[in-house]
Design a protein around this ligand. Sequence first.
Ligand code: ADP
Length: 291
Amino acid sequence: MRKPLVIFYALAIYVLSEIIWWAYLLVSVQPERKGMIIGEGAIFLLIFFTGAYYLQKTLKKERNLHEQQKNFLLSVTHELKSPLASIKLYIQTILKRELDRQQISSFLNNSLKDIERLDDLVENMLLATRIENHSYSFPKEEFDFSEVIEKVANRLQIHSCSSQIISCELEKGIKLKGDKFALTLVVSNLVENAVKYSPACAEVKVKLCNKNNIIQFAVEDKGIGISDQEKARIFDKFYRVGSEETRKTKGTGLGLYIVKQVLEKHKAYIKVKNNKPTGTIFEVTFNSHGN
Ligand code: ADP
């Protein structure tokens, strides 16, 4: 990516010096046409600089995307490797050691969680690709959204903490017409992020209510928060906030991209707000039951 930029700047400098040189020559040969030459030269320069500006912006965007794709591959490899290594270790321990039933069941439960993490990762990647290719049709059906959220929250509950970290304030029986699979991914991406970007065992609140036929779903955390500049960019594909704290966490930068795309297809919108005293609130509003 550096080579095209160097060529681009070299060409820009060459064209500019040629223009100045030709303008100087023309003015010295026909001094009476100085005004016209300067006017035309100025228009040419204006068009040239506008074109150069947009070209440079596109090249910069391409370079960032290339960089993000490289980081994405590294993250995916890492995300695949660590649950696989942990599942392997659990199975080897079960096979090699004499364990009681309780220990075996705890190891198997932990392995199952790792498998679910892998499953989420694969589903996210598949859905992102299909959205990008316009090959996903978002099949709609009526389903119990309260039940979906409750299931996801229970699954993502961290059991190593003494108290429940995901607390739910869910109005029961809220029905939604939409793509159940894609909306389940939306919920799990938002709840998973809230847990991931919060200190260990910090509380995460998940809320769902129906006010005058407008369904509101919110995930509130007390984590590291998101700065105002980053709020607009976090929904971009592969985008991950570059602070030291977030870099330490695992992720692919696909979660919120999927969230935004899926919600757009359901005529729903998402707001990101600061929580008090720290953390973030993601608030999703569905109009007319997602129809
Ligand atoms: P990732 O796989 O990196 O979590 P996402 O698309 O889900 O990708 O999120 C994009 C970025 O937005 C994350 O890398 C993180 O920096 C930021 N982010 C998302 N959710 C939160 C949150 N609840 N608190 C703080 N930062 C968040």
